[in-house]
Design a protein around this ligand. Sequence first.
Ligand code: HEC
Length: 162
Amino acid sequence: MLTDGEAVAVYDCLKDDIRRAYLKSDHPVAREFRSWGRFSSSPYPADAHGSRYLLNYANALAAPEYRKYEDLDEMPLGSILAKEGFVQQHDGSNGVGPLFIMEKKSTGALADSGGWHYAMIMPNGMIRADRGLQKFCNDCHQHADDDDFMMFMPDEYRVSAK
Ligand code: HEC
């Protein structure tokens, strides 16, 4: 496991590669997310998504509500959360991790997930957003239905706004 300082150093090294990898998808979120509000102070370790170090971002519509964390009421339509990062392999080397995306659409078609649509941009630029993925992501996120499916990062890595 990396210290926060080491995680920052690895991220600084990989951050251009990460950006280039996501841009191959031509997905609008890949172009925009780094200009959004960042809500994690440094790359935090997250085992829920594999052995990864992650940074969370919220777009302008989502940020005012997301920064309330467990006190949030409801995320507005059009909210997009994105989570980038790197993965640490078993041999200790680090590589580009997927970009995780949640977008709040109208609840009609996505009743099971409170209107959230899930997508993943793979390090090779491939976009995954099929039904199997919706179910996989939502099976876990639905446990946070009190917080509009938001699960947040560990307390010590939270920043209220940036
Ligand atoms: C096993 C449980 C689990 C699964 C499966 C899961 N997540 Fe998460 N997700 C979390 C947890 C826990 C957090 C907050 C801490 C973290 O980042 O690990 C989170 C945070 C997020 C966030 C930041 C917004 C928030 O909730 O605070 C996004 C975006 C996200 N996940 C997308 C996805 C996508 C896309 C998938 C499917 C490919 C997915 N997640 C699958 C547990 C899960």
